[in-house]
Design a protein around this ligand. Structure first.
Ligand SMILES: C[S@@+](CC[C@H](N)C(=O)[O-])C[C@H]1O[C@@H](n2cnc3c(N)ncnc32)[C@H](O)[C@@H]1O
Length: 290
C-alpha cells in the first residue's frame, strides 16, 4: 500500500520505486514495468527523464491507480488505451484488451490478401476492432465488415474506427450482430478473407482465470464447455461466403490448433496450416475454400 502523502514531493524515479514495491507486495506480475507506466500516466512524462517532484494532485492519482492495480485491475484499463501492431486502441471495461499474440493472426491473414485489388474481408467478433483496423493498416484498400455483438464493446469499436480514420486508416464498417446468425445477411462467395479471434476458453479455463482477465467480459472469453462452439459454427456457416480460393483465418488457444484444423478439414477446407507466435506456439489456423 502506498499513499498520496508518501508519494507527494518525491522525484518520479523515487516514486516509481515505491509503486513497484507496493505492486510486488500485492503479487502483481511485471511490477517494475507497471510502476513505470503508472508513473508516466500520472505525470504525463517518462519517470526516468523527469526530475520534477510529484505535486499533491499527481501523487493522489498515482496512489489511486496503484491501489487499483494492487487489486489486479488491468493496467491497460487504467491506461485507457493499448497498442496493437503500431496502432493505439481505446480500451476499458466491456471490451477485450488487444493481445500481442493476436498480431500473429493479423499478419498471417494480411499475407493472404497480397496482390488482390480492393479485397473484401469480414472480422467476426471484432471487439476493439484491432484485427479489422490492423488489416486495413497492413493492406490499404481492404474493405472490412467488423461484426460485434456486445453493446459494451460497441462504443470502443466505433471510437477506434474514428481514431484510425484520423491516421488515414479507412475501410472498416462496424456491424452490431450475432455471429451465430449474421451469415444469413451476406452474399455467397463475396469475401476474400474471413478472420476471427472468437471466444475460445473452455469451462475449466474460465474457472482458473488470472485476476486481471476476470475483469474482462466473460462473453469475450467463453467458447462453450470445450471452447470450440464458435469455431464449429464459423467453419460450416461462413464457408459459403468465401470466394473460391478465399481464406478463413482463426486465432486459437495454445492447445486448440489440432482440434480446429480437424474441424476445418471436416467442413471441407483445404491447405490448412498454422501460424506461430513469437514463442513458437501455433496461434492461428488458416485454410482455404478451394
Ligand atoms: C476474444 S474477443 C476478440 C476481440 C478482438 N477481435 C481481439 O482480437 O482483441 C471475442 C469478441 O467476440 C464478441 N462476441 C461474443 N459473442 C459473440 C457473438 N455471438 N456474436 C458476435 N460477437 C460476439 C465479444 O464481445 C468479444 O468482443
Amino acid at each position: 500500500m502506498v499513499t498520496a502523502e508518501a508519494l507527494a514531493g518525491l522525484r518520479p524515479a523515487q516514486a516509481a520505486v515505491q509503486v513497484r514495491l507496493a505492486l510486488e507486495e500485492a503479487g502483481c506480475p511485471d511490477a517494475a514495468y507497471d510502476a513505470g507506466l503508472l508513473c508516466r500516466l500520472a505525470t504525463g512524462r517518462d519517470p526516468r527523464l523527469d526530475e520534477r517532484p510529484l505535486t499533491e494532485a499527481v501523487a493522489k492519482k498515482l496512489a489511486g491507480d496503484t491501489a487499483r492495480r494492487c487489486q489486479r485491475y488491468p493496467l491497460q484499463y487504467l491506461a485507457g488505451s493499448w497498442e496493437f501492431l503500431d496502432l493505439e486502441f481505446k480500451v476499458g471495461p466491456g471490451v477485450l484488451i488487444p493481445r500481442a499474440d493476436t498480431e500473429t493472426l493479423c499478419l498471417a491473414a494480411a499475407e493472404t490478401l497480397k496482390g488482390k485489388q480492393e479485397p473484401r474481408a469480414l472480422d467476426l467478433c471484432s471487439g476493439s476492432g484491432c484485427l479489422a483496423l490492423g488489416l486495413c493498416r497492413l493492406v490499404p484498400g481492404t474493405r472490412v465488415l467488423a461484426l460485434e455483438k456486445s453493446q459494451e464493446a460497441w462504443p470502443y469499436l466505433n471510437e477506434n474506427i474514428r481514431l484510425a480514420a484520423g491516421r488515414g486508416i479507412r475501410g472498416v464498417t462496424p456491424v452490431l450482430g450475432d455471429v451465430f446468425s449474421f451469415q444469413q445477411q451476406l452474399e455467397e462467395e463475396s469475401l476474400d478473407l474471413i478472420l476471427s479471434n472468437p471466444p475460445y476458453l473452455t469451462g475449466p479455463e474460465m474457472e482458473a482465470l488470472q485476476p486481471e482477465v476476470r475483469c474482462e467480459p466473460a462473453m469475450a472469453l467463453y467458447g462453450g464447455q470445450d471452447g470450440l462452439d464458435f469455431y464449429r459454427h464459423i467453419a460450416r456457416g461462413y464457408r459459403p461466403l468465401l470466394k473460391e480460393g478465399g481464406t478463413l483465418a482463426l486465432e486459437v488457444g495454445w492447445q486448440q490448433a489440432a482440434q480446429v484444423a480437424r474441424l476445418l478439414a471436416e467442413a471441407g477446407y483445404r491447405e490448412i496450416h498454422c501460424a506461430r507466435d513469437l514463442e513458437g506456439r501455433d496461434r492461428a489456423v488458416l485454410a482455404r475454400r478451394l
